[in-house]
Ligand binder design. Structure first.
Ligand SMILES: *[C@@H]1O[C@H](CO)[C@@H](O)[C@H](O)[C@H]1NC(C)=O
Ligand SMILES: *[C@@H]1O[C@H](CO)[C@@H](O)[C@H](O)[C@H]1NC(C)=O
Ligand SMILES: *[C@@H]1O[C@H](CO)[C@@H](O)[C@H](O)[C@H]1NC(C)=O
Ligand SMILES: *[C@@H]1O[C@H](CO)[C@@H](O)[C@H](O)[C@H]1NC(C)=O
Ligand SMILES: *[C@@H]1O[C@H](CO)[C@@H](O)[C@H](O)[C@H]1NC(C)=O
Length: 163
């Protein structure tokens, strides 16, 4: 039983790198970054109200009657948001988030209450890398052989499981 779940884990681990998700609605960032969270409404109809939320309910920013409002904004977004009123007429309700912290990771929705439509995007915040290069090429020979070894072990495990 233990071996079986271990083999499954290994197989998942080995195949995981291939199945990268569609990155269209995913934004990668690093602690301290500023990012633009895009929200475009490409219809004729303009919305005067847009509600930005984090993880469904946490209040990031409201745009009410075409004006940004930080009223009842969650503390973690205080002094960190910027909206671009001059863009509203183009249906661009994107906001900027500044000085990112790890806690800012998660799902962001921009919700149009009057049109009952919303868009979601995912923000990924990573720790600042300590070294400029994450994986030096030279130590990869060792990692490579370790990978091959685990793969062989996985194959043996799978074979045992199938028998
Ligand atoms: C964020 O979105 C993903 C993908 O839609 C979903 O699987 C996950 O449960 C969401 N997380 C939260 C906290 O809403
Ligand atoms: C936000 O900025 C204002 C003015 O710059 C400052 O008075 C206030 O303390 C800041 N709030 C936070 C939570 O940093
Ligand atoms: C929307 O506005 C933001 C902030 O000014 C800008 O960075 C972005 O390029 C705009 N997007 C489009 C499609 O114009
Ligand atoms: C938001 O949701 C993500 C998962 O989608 C989670 O990792 C993160 O801790 C949540 N953040 C807060 C502040 O609730
Ligand atoms: C790897 O190490 C060799 C010498 O051991 C060096 O000549 C080469 O430039 C290094 N390659 C990288 C990518 O660091």
């Amino acid at each position: 039983m233990v071996l079986r779940s271990w083999v499954i884990y290994l197989l998942l681990h080995l195949t995981g790198k291939v199945s990268l998700q569609n990155s269209a609605d995913k934004i990668d960032s690093v602690v301290g970054d500023s990012v633009i969270l895009p929200c475009l409404y490409e219809n004729q109809q303009r919305s005067t109200d847009v509600l930005w939320r984090h993880n469904v309910s946490r209040r990031v920013l409201n745009i009410i009657n075409g004006k940004p409002s930080t009223e009842k904004q969650d503390d973690m977004f205080k002094n960190r948001t910027e909206s671009f009123p001059s863009e509203y007429s183009k249906g661009n309700y994107s906001i900027e988030l500044k000085d990112l912290k790890l806690t800012h990771a998660g799902n962001y929705t921009c919700f149009f209450p009057k049109l009952n439509e919303k868009k979601m995007l995912q923000l990924v915040v990573r720790e600042k890398p300590v070294e400029p290069t994450r994986k030096p090429r030279n130590s990869s020979t060792e990692a490579q052989s370790l990978k091959i070894l685990t793969f062989l072990i996985a194959l043996v495990g799978l074979t045992l499981h199938l028998i």
